[in-house]
Design a protein around this ligand. Structure first.
Ligand code: GTP
Length: 621
């Protein structure tokens, strides 16, 4: 993921700014797996910016985890030359992520472009994220070019889906391009159409520079690489720039375009997309959505920024081995350099020891961070069940935000508000019943139902976010044999009758298992957790009651019966050394136990009890 740039000779520096009329900025929006990265790869190849030799599948997905999971997380921008009618154009392609967690990054990419390819799998048709992304594009007033992909597939039905797509965006079915990112068929037509239809960027070349930061990436060798789109004026190497939100000045050490390896340039002019290097070491100093201007001739008004990426899902992350805590802290500091949306603060749990309370954009983001911590820093971790942000008003009018169930206020609570999400489900019409049933079980309120075609229905619901973040997606998929797709967007808060359910072992509260749930579901949550723990915790030398409680009221109870395991029972006589050895061995075994009051709980019990909710590996599809 690190753009490798060796010191280049002056002669390899490309000429300064391309005239705006020869620039086309576009991005590709698609539902996950509809083939965006594959099509992007093919374009890189056809325009000759990546040689056949250097081509590896999904060139733009630089992060290992991205490539393994076949998903795109970070946006990247690439410049491609393309000739039409003897004129040489520069096409800047900005890659957008497809997953719901990263909708925020999609809107950033859109704001940097004038046009977008709306890519639809010709064997699957329109899906929930196609729609969500299309709405975003329409809000941004973009030129939309409909493209049906994967026409090489035997199951492709380009005619049927061209009709669907045309209905949706109001064009003729014949306007939908038909391509295969895999074979390359039709890809040149796409490039031609971008030149013909996407408007050239407009801006004032003589005004003070204004460039929008749409991405900022930490590179081990070069510090922060900031991706910008110039709206007005011009940026040149060695000049001083100002970040308009913080008024911080930096010198532009290098400026250039990605093609897709970084190529230094003598300047970036109106409409151009490129990168800046200033030597700053932290992505927070080069904030996405900020405006860059010249220090010598600063602009007066900043460009309209993006809304801040706000963490939505919180989880406690604890090292299984307590002595790994400093490694976890360093690892989080490192990941944060490249991920402005990740937040964390130290947390101390009676059951799990020292760790961090971390905030994420969504479940996939959580899963990716956790996987990176485990893989890149060799850590074994326990993550507590994800929680959303609750706003609590106390009887005395005080407001508190709760992201950790164990910090839920004990005093008199006047009102609790939970975040809501506007949810779009697209499903074949035969599954409308089960989908509605699921949404209702999850306390959803229906907003609308539309038939996109005879056999495809769009359902829109308002659902509490807490009901979506756990297993909604998996259940939706299984109820619709994998055919439904989901998208959601956070939309305000709503008061709800919520309570905190605590789990007690022998009367002792286990903070890691506390949860905030709707009163109607508190009982079933309590019974489920108590039952699960009874299975997971081994019998002790005394009876252990497991209780679920709301405040002082017990709502469920299970009991682990006592055993008496006397390791010395087989040692007759007075062989002291043998007795000592057996006792030592027993002590060893205890090391992997956590003590909750007098109860020994094996690490595995914590992991197993927390994992069923936190297991989001199947979230992707
Ligand atoms: N047959 C066929 N398969 C394709 C075509 N384009 C992509 N695929 C396959 O479809 C799958 C998804 O393609 P990607 O390019 O990773 O999809 P994507 O939209 O970039 O996915 P995200 O980055 O996760 O949003 C891969 O297995 C590709 O090999 C095509 O034109 N024809």
């Amino acid at each position: 993921m690190s753009p490798k740039v060796s010191a280049r000779s002056a002669s390899s520096i490309v000429a300064s700014a391309t005239p705006a009329e020869l620039i086309r900025n576009f991005c590709i929006i698609a539902h996950i797996d509809h083939g965006k990265s594959t099509l992007a790869d093919r374009m890189l190849q056809i325009t000759g910016v990546v040689e056949q030799r250097a081509m590896r599948a999904q060139y733009l997905d630089r992060m290992d985890i991205e490539r393994e999971r076949g998903i795109t997380i970070k946006s990247q921008a690439v410049r491609m030359p393309w000739e039409v009618g003897g004129a040489g154009y520069a096409l800047n392609m900005i890659d957008t992520p497809g997953h719901v967690d990263f909708t925020y990054e999609v809107s950033r990419s859109l704001a940097a472009c004038e046009g977008t390819l709306l890519l639809v799998d010709a064997a699957q048709g329109i899906e929930a994220q196609t729609l969500a992304n299309l709405y975003l594009a329409l809000e941004n007033d973009m030129t939309i070019i409909p493209v049906l992909n994967k026409i090489d597939l035997p199951a492709a039905q380009p005619e049927k889906y061209a009709e669907e797509l045309a209905n949706l965006i109001g064009c003729e079915p014949s306007d939908c391009l038909r391509v295969s990112g895999k074979t390359g068929q039709g890809v040149e037509d796409v490039l031609d159409k971008i030149v013909a239809e996407v408007p050239a960027p407009v801006g004032d070349p003589n005004a003070p520079a204004r460039a929008m930061i749409f991405d900022s990436v930490y590179d081990t060798y070069r510090g922060v690489v900031t991706y910008v789109r110039v709206v007005d004026g011009q940026l040149s190497p060695r000049e001083k720039i100002v970040m308009m939100s913080t008024r911080a000045t930096h010198e532009l050490l290098e400026i250039g375009v990605s093609s897709p390896e970084p190529e230094p340039s003598k300047g970036l002019g109106v409409g151009e997309v490129g990168y800046l290097i200033t030597g700053v070491k932290d992505v927070r100093q080069s904030k996405v959505g900020d405006t860059v201007t010249n220090a010598a001739k600063p602009a007066e008004v900043a460009l309209e920024g993006y809304r801040e990426a706000k963490p939505m899902v919180f989880s406690g992350i604890f090292p299984i081995d307590g002595s790994d805590y400093p490694i976890l802290r360093d690892a989080l500091d490192k990941l944060k350099l490249n991920d402005a949306a990740l937040v964390y603060e130290p947390e101390n749990s009676a059951a799990l020891g020292f760790g961090y309370r971390c905030g994420f954009l969504g479940l996939l983001h959580l899963e990716i961070i956790r996987e990176r911590l485990e893989r890149e820093f060799d850590l074994d971790l326990i993550a507590t069940a994800p929680s959303v942000i609750y706003e609590v008003t106390l009887d005395d009018g005080k407001e508190v935000e709760v992201t950790n169930p164990s910090e839920y206020p004990v005093g008199k609570i006047a009102e609790v508000r939970e975040p809501m999400v506007r949810t779009t489900v697209l499903t074949p019409s035969e599954f409308v019943g089960p989908v509605m049933e699921l949404c209702q079980q999850r306390r959803g309120t229906m907003l609308a139902m539309d038939y996109l075609s005879e056999d495809r229905v769009e359902l829109r619901y308002m659902i509490p976010m807490a009901e979506i973040v756990f297993d909604f997606f998996d259940i939706l998929k299984s109820k619709t044999r994998g055919y439904a797709s989901l998208d959601y967007d956070v939309d305000g808060e709503q008061a709800a009758d919520l309570v905190k359910v605590d789990i007690l072992l022998q009367g002792e509260q286990v903070d890691a298992f506390s949860a905030i749930v709707h009163r109607d579901k508190a009982y079933s949550y309590g019974v489920m957790m108590a039952g699960k723990l009874r299975e997971l915790i081994p019998r002790q030398q005394f009876e252990v009651p497991i209780q679920a409680a709301i405040g002082a009221r017990i709502i469920a109870r299970e009991t682990i019966r006592a055993i008496r395991k006397d390791v010395l029972s087989k040692c007759y006589g007075g062989d002291i050394s043998r007795k000592r050895k057996l006792l030592e061995k027993q002590k060893e075994g205890k090391k992997r136990m956590k003590m909750v009051g007098r109860v020994e709980v094996p690490q595995e019990a914590f992991i197993a009890a927390l994992s069923s909710d936190a297991d989001t590996k199947k979230e992707k599809k």
